[in-house]
Write a protein that binds this ligand. Structure first.
Ligand code: GKR
Ligand code: MG
Length: 418
């Protein structure tokens, strides 16, 4: 089934002022939505980053796709690799690890692979999970993803979550998320405040939610010494400790002393990182992300590799919309070795580009859609509105640092400062 045309639509959606090691989320998060228009009226959907530096790479590939058979995925990858050559895409926020030619190709390919699989599913009348080998589970567990946050964006009214900078407020945020979505585990984005303050936050969560496994992720904001101290002080409290410190070697030094596994979406971000990381026993859990690991099938390959070395697997998330969540759910459902509830930013958004109802959280899990393809439909009006927001926002990249400096003029990213 051939591609007749490809439409790429940059979109923006409102995002609260969430804090992390690099600063604070801007008023809008950006995404790119792709529609592969195919023969027989079939349309395949994909979603990925909306930063201009990424979209520029995607745009180079668009003309090459006309006439491509959506069942030829190796050919699709070759076309992406040949078209991009030695280019390296780097994002400005620095929260998803290093950059390389292979990660750039994997990221651009992934966007089109998901859309091609969606198109295949529509053509065959089968859900994507079936094209990936079938269901290993009927529903996919997700974790509540807590952030410290400001109460309002600059010049705006306070949002419904309010300011969250204290343990009490954090517990309040967690209660709302757990009540609304039924999450059975909780992750805290750290790296925003002093580690002792963030450990107090984790202890307050442990008291309030004794049955919920907990994690903290400072995005490599800590030194090795601080990582070891946090691992010791939160021994028995955390199910895993995510990216306490930068780099495979630093992670290995923390891992040597930590009783809980270390997880990462920063130091193992492509297949070439696996050998050094596993050899040094730096990580016990890889947080996969199909958006840069080379799509849904490579995510499954990653899972098999991790399983061979007794390393756990879960999923990383960035601010995203429903097409991405659907892709995560299908691949997670088709991947037997998935050992922890996945991350999602879903509760933080208030709008989407897909028609509502296809993806619902029940007891913290999303049932795998059983309709053809990804099982989600674009809402054309919502897509148009989100594109207008993109144009109106004037944002062309995610830049948490510069936005933070509008709140705190002297702000410096917290990476390895503590
Ligand atoms: O949304 O601020 C955020 C997160 O910090 C995100 O950008 C990270 O990539 O969630 C991610 C993580 O687990 O590192
Ligand atoms: Mg992380």
């Amino acid at each position: 089934m051939k591609v007749l045309d490809v439409v790429l639509t940059p979109v923006a959606f409102a995002d609260p002022p969430l804090l992390n090691a690099m600063g604070v989320h801007e008023p809008f998060a950006l995404r790119g939505v792709v529609q592969l228009i195919c023969e027989d009226g079939v349309v395949g959907l994909g979603e990925s980053y909306g930063d201009l530096a990424f979209l520029d790479q995607v745009r180079k590939v668009l003309p090459e796709l006309k006439g491509h058979d959506v069942f030829d995925l190796p050919g699709l990858r070759r076309k992406v690799a040949t078209t991009l050559g030695e280019v390296v895409f780097a994002d400005a926020h620095g929260l998803t690890g290093g950059f390389s030619v292979s990660k750039t190709v994997a990221s651009v390919y992934s966007l089109f692979e998901v859309a091609a699989l969606d198109a295949q599913g529509h053509y065959l009348g089968r859900p994507v999970v079936d094209l990936l080998g079938g269901k290993a589970r009927d529903a996919v567990d997700f974790s509540a993803y807590l952030f410290y946050k400001f109460g309002a964006h600059l010049g705006a009214e306070e949002d419904s979550w309010g300011e969250v900078t204290t343990p009490d407020a954090l517990v309040g945020e967690a209660r709302r998320m757990v009540e609304e979505y039924g999450f059975g585990s909780i992750k805290l984005k750290g790296g925003a405040f002093d580690p002792d303050q963030e450990m107090d936050g984790i202890r307050a969560l442990a008291d309030a939610f004794p049955d919920h496994p907990l994690r903290i992720d400072p995005n490599a904001a800590w030194t090795v010494e601080t990582g070891i101290r946090v691992a010791e002080e939160l021994d028995g409290v955390l199910e895993y400790l995510e990216d306490p410190t930068p780099g495979i070697e630093g992670m290995a030094r923390v891992a040597e002393k930590a009783n809980m596994p270390l997880a990462t979406n920063m130091c193992v971000v492509r297949f070439a990182d696996i050998e050094p990381a596993f050899r040094q026993r730096a990580v016990g859990v890889i947080l996969s992300d199909h958006h840069y690991w080379g799509g849904l099938r490579d995510t499954q390959a990653l899972s098999t590799t991790a399983e061979c070395f007794d390393v756990g697997l879960s999923m990383h998330s960035n601010s995203h919309l429903g097409i991405s969540l659907a892709a995560m759910v299908h691949v997670a459902a088709a991947t037997p070795h998935l050992t922890y509830a996945c991350d999602t930013h879903w509760p933080w958004k208030t709008a989407d580009v897909i028609a509502p109802g296809a993806l619902e959280f029940v007891d913290g899990a999303v049932a795998v859609p059983d309709k053809p393809g990804l099982g989600v439909e674009l809402d054309p009006d919502a897509l148009a509105r989100a594109h207008e927001d993109y144009v109106r926002s004037g944002q062309t990249k995610r830049d948490d640092v510069t936005y933070m400096r509008k709140f705190v003029g002297s702000f410096e990213p917290n990476t390895a400062r503590w």
